[in-house]
Design a protein around this ligand. Structure first.
Ligand SMILES: NC(=O)C1=CN([C@@H]2O[C@H](COP(=O)(O)OP(=O)(O)OC[C@H]3O[C@@H](n4cnc5c(N)ncnc54)[C@H](O)[C@@H]3O)[C@@H](O)[C@H]2O)C=CC1
Ligand SMILES: O=C(O)[C@@H]1CCC=N1
Length: 276
């Protein structure tokens, strides 16, 4: 077998760019090979990460021949055509690879049909804050994979943030909370900063105030290990100001809104799994 020391990325958009940054942070010396259908999207990233930018015509020699571990960051609906129309001629039983898919709603049983039987698959469900080492990455894998290969991928992602194994049956839920969750929290930050602006605080300061409040509260939950309800109680003085706001949030259905958002996201993920 040829020496394949590189780590590859095929489809390097919002999510895979963030993963590539995390992998670079984990492994400063690792050779990285990036391929994106629209090359201009990754010029700057390739330079910033000191990664090799692969051209379409040389995908086989410059990426597939050099990489055993390959992250796939195309949209779920692009997975099948990528493998069947673009990669299939270059994949063989004799050169098994470890593919790492981040596609939401694309189960291992369907991923395995995309490659020869000797190839192995790991599924991850990351979120964009992996870019800063503050992500949450759920992962699961085809049981046929060797433990050392899973360990290698764990090491590639060690600087991504929190890495947590989940049974695949929980992937739709993990994706709905952690994968999509940043979008929900950005809406919260936007709303909090709009509120600050409405009370006369300049926009930039309002954003920093709102974002740092979310970061601090999240860190307090993690660092203290206390129930968020108990932490909330420490902010709400009897007859004080915060409890007035808490009542208003309850009256407007904050909990219901968040749980419904996760339910809708979960359902979409289940629907996509059925179509994969
Ligand atoms: N954006 C997010 O927060 C998260 C995304 N994901 C998953 O990550 C995957 C990518 O999502 P995004 O990064 O948001 O999408 P995106 O649209 O930003 O990135 C996809 C990239 O793939 C490229 N591409 C498409 N077809 C290609 C092909 N045949 N060959 C090479 N490159 C190709 C596109 O040019 C684009 O740069 C999806 O499967 C999604 O489910 C998972 C968790 C979170
Ligand atoms: O919205 C999406 O399809 C992706 C998957 C998880 C977060 N964003």
């Amino acid at each position: 077998m040829r020496m394949m020391n590189g780590v590859g990325f095929i489809g390097v958009g919002n999510m895979a760019s963030a993963i590539a940054k995390a992998v670079r942070a984990s492994k400063p010396e690792q050779a990285l090979y990036l391929y994106n259908r629209t090359p201009e999207r990754i010029y700057e990233l390739s330079q910033a990460l000191n990664a090799f930018q692969v051209e379409r015509e040389r995908l086989d020699v410059d990426l597939l021949a050099r990489c055993e571990y390959i992250f796939v960051g195309v949209k779920p609906y692009g997975m099948k055509s990528l493998f069947e129309e673009e990669l299939a001629p270059y994949l063989s039983e004799d050169e098994p690879k470890v593919w790492i898919s981040m596609a939401v709603g694309y189960p291992l049983k369907d991923l395995k049909t995309l490659t020869p039987a000797s190839h192995r698959w790991i599924r991850i469900m990351p979120n964009t804050p992996v870019e800063f080492g503050e992500g949450y990455v759920s992962y699961c894998y085809d049981p046929a994979i060797e433990a050392s290969k899973v360990g290698y991928v764990e090491a590639l992602l060690q600087e991504a943030g929190r890495l947590q194994y989940y049974d695949e049956s929980q992937f739709d839920a993990a994706g709905a909370v952690a994968g999509s969750g940043p979008a929900f929290i950005y809406q919260v930050i936007e709303a909090l900063s709009d509120a600050a602006v409405s009370h006369g605080i300049p926009r930039q300061e309002a954003l920093e105030m709102a974002a740092q409040t979310v970061v601090g509260a999240g860190q307090m939950v993690l660092a203290s290990g206390e129930n968020p309800g108990a932490l909330k109680d420490r902010v709400t003085s009897p007859g004080g100001t915060t409890i007035a706001g808490v009542k208003a949030l309850e009256a407007n259905g904050l909990r219901h809104a968040m749980i419904s958002a996760v339910d809708a996201t979960y359902q979409r993920s289940v629907d996509l799994s059925d179509q994969a």
